[in-house]
Every structure is written in structure tokens, then in C-alpha cells.
Design a protein around this ligand. Structure first.
Ligand code: RIB
Ligand code: CA
Length: 329
């Protein structure tokens, strides 16, 4: 199988980020150029340690730089999600000492370095707050044309999960999200609208666990903890695997249905701060990706993202299972 996407996975592990790492590390159609880490589900110190532990557990990341990025959001005060991912950010499994250590480069500098050295063939895959990607765009604006596309988990055109309006990754750094959604590069937004449709049931967990690899066992241990907090907070019988939808789509784009929309980030409202305002019905006017820069904020005049509106859940679970099965090859 030929590499279809060279990616930088920018994450805040986080149980679902961890599954995305394990999938991206092993699938032959993906070249994992780097893992960069942001604060989000937990503080940066914890998310960076979690990223190292999971990358080590994959046994496939010996040559993948793992670099810690921004420790704080760009403007707002920090928010974390310990009530969902635990005090460590990845409660449940017990890891031994990681076999790999953090790359000495800052995550933002690593993103810039890899993009500037590339032929414009790198896909950014953020699965946490967009702080690192936004900081890279501000630190070195010349990276924008070098970004092939951004395939992110975040946002929603329906109900939020951290407020009635906002999804966590966007809410945790709305200003960063504004910078990314106005960068002018192709964006694929995997929002809660579809990620809530792929919840890891006991049957799914048992199917993966039956593969027998240490990575399959890790998946099962992580899901056991994740299921408990999701049930407690949202009443779900099984935990939604938000972040792996990005990786699954890169592996098999047919699993998700996309719709072109204008997406803007609410930055001024107290009530709806961090909302992805998605123009589902195309009320917007103006040409694609032109920007109204007359005001303080650049605003897309027309559609600036492909937003996920449906997912084939059975196909997603088959992609996940088949990807974890590669660990037994
Ligand atoms: O809202 C879900 C997102 O927030 C996921 O990426 C999860 O890991 C948290 O970062
Ligand atoms: Ca995440």
C-alpha cells in the first residue's frame, strides 16, 4: 500500500487522541512525520508524557519526533478536561517508563521546520486545541501555502459538549481556532456531529481486544476508563471516539460524508464563546476563501471548510479493527 498522506499529528492525549496515535503509527497509508503536543485535556506536562507513553506502546515511533508545544491558550485562561480523562489525562492503563524521550525542539518550531522543508505535501491533523497550529502560522506565515490541508477534530454545527454552544477543542482556544479557520488552506472539520456517532461499545472493545496484541490490550484498558467518565457526564453507554475519525478518514475517505460550509469562530459572545458557527444552509454570500478584512478580524466571505455531516459507523469500526490488526502482523 502506498503512503497516501504524510501527516503531523497535533494532539492532547487524552484517551481518544491515544487511539488516533496508535492508528496513525501503524497504518501503511500514513507517514507519521511527527507528533506534536498541546495542552488541552490536561496540562502540557501530562499530555506530553501521555503522548510519549502511547508512542512508545505503539512500538512504531522510534523515529517519530514527539515534541511538546504550547502550554497555554493564546488569549483565554486555560481549561482542561480532567473530569473526562482523569488527573493524568490518560487514567486507566499503567505505563512503564517510555522508551522514547521528548524531542528537544518546541512543537511549534518542529511544525514550522517540517512544513518549510516539505514540498507542500504535509497534512496537519490536530486533535486537540489549535494552539500549536495557530502559533506556527503566526510565528512563520510562510508555512500557510506549505500546508496541504488541515484535518481536524473539533467544533460542531449542533450541540456543544463543554457548553451548550461549544466543543472542547475549539472552546479551549477559540482565538487559535479563528487563526486556523482563516488561514486560507483546505480544512476538513470532524465535529461532534459525526464523532458522537462512533461510540466504542462493549462488542467493539471485545473485538479489538481479541486481537491479542499489547496495543489491543491498551485500547481495551483505555476504553474501560473512558466509558466510565462518559457515562457519568453524558449518560452515554459507550465512549465516543472523536479523534480517530480524522485518521480513519485519511485511511478511507469514504467513511465520512462532508459538506462545504463557511465556518466562523465566535470570539465575542460570553454565552457562545468558542462556537463554530457553521453555515449549513449556505446563507453566506461571496466567493470561496476570499476574506473581508475591513474589520478587526478577517472573516471568510464564503465556504472555508469541508464539514463532516455523516459517518458510516460500521465502516469506521472496520477501519479501526483492521488498523489494530496490523499490530499482530
Ligand atoms: O470534544 C472532544 C475533543 O476534546 C477530543 O479531541 C478530546 O480528546 C478532547 O480533546
Ligand atoms: Ca483530543
Amino acid at each position: 500500500m502506498t503512503v497516501r498522506s504524510k501527516i503531523i499529528l497535533d494532539c492532547d492525549p487524552g484517551h481518544d487522541d491515544a487511539v488516533a496515535i496508535l492508528m496513525a503509527a501503524v497504518h501503511p497509508s500514513l507517514e507519521l512525520a511527527a507528533i506534536t503536543v498541546s495542552a488541552g485535556n490536561q496540562t502540557l506536562e501530562k499530555t506530553a508524557r501521555n503522548a510519549l507513553n502511547v508512542a512508545s506502546a505503539s512500538g512504531r515511533c522510534a523515529n517519530v519526533p514527539v515534541a511538546a508545544g504550547m502550554s497555554r491558550p493564546i488569549v483565554r485562561e486555560q481549561v482542561t478536561a480532567g473530569e473526562i480523562h482523569g488527573a493524568s489525562g490518560l487514567d486507566g492503563p499503567v505505563f512503564g517508563p517510555p522508551e522514547i524521550s521528548l524531542d528537544p525542539r518546541h512543537g511549534v518550531d518542529l511544525i514550522i521546520e517540517l512544513l518549510m522543508a516539505s514540498d507542500g505535501d504535509i497534512t496537519l491533523v490536530p486533535t486537540g486545541p489549535l494552539t500549536n497550529v495557530a502559533a506556527a502560522l503566526r510565528r512563520e506565515p510562510r508555512i500557510a501555502p506549505k500546508i496541504e490541508r488541515v484535518v481536524l477534530m473539533g467544533g460542531t454545527y449542533q450541540l456543544g459538549n463543554v457548553t451548550p454552544s461549544a466543543e472542547f477543542n475549539i472552546y479551549a482556544d477559540p482565538e487559535a481556532a479563528h487563526i486556523v479557520f482563516t488561514c486560507g488552506r483546505p480544512i476538513v472539520m470532524m465535529g461532534l456531529d459525526v464523532t458522537r456517532k462512533v461510540r466504542a461499545s462493549a462488542d467493539v472493545i471485545a473485538r479489538v481486544r481479541s486481537l491479542g496484541s499489547s496495543q489491543a490490550a491498551l485500547f481495551s484498558e483505555m476504553m474501560e476508563f473512558f466509558a466510565g467518565t462518559q457515562k457519568e457526564l453524558y449518560g452515554w453507554d459507550s465512549p465516543p471516539l472523536h479523534d480517530p475519525v480524522t485518521v480513519a478518514w485519511l485511511i478511507d475517505p469514504g467513511c465520512v460524508t462532508l459538506k462545504e460550509m463557511k465556518v466562523e469562530i465566535e470570539l465575542k459572545s460570553e454565552l457562545c464563546y468558542g462556537r463554530t458557527s457553521c453555515d449549513f444552509f449556505g446563507h453566506c454570500k461571496g466567493g470561496r476563501l476570499t476574506f473581508d478584512t475591513s474589520g478587526a478580524l478577517a472573516r471568510p466571505a464564503g465556504p472555508n471548510a469541508q464539514v463532516a455531516v455523516d459517518i458510516d459507523a460500521d465502516r469506521f469500526w472496520d477501519i479501526l479493527y483492521d488498523t489494530f490488526a496490523l499490530y499482530t502482523k
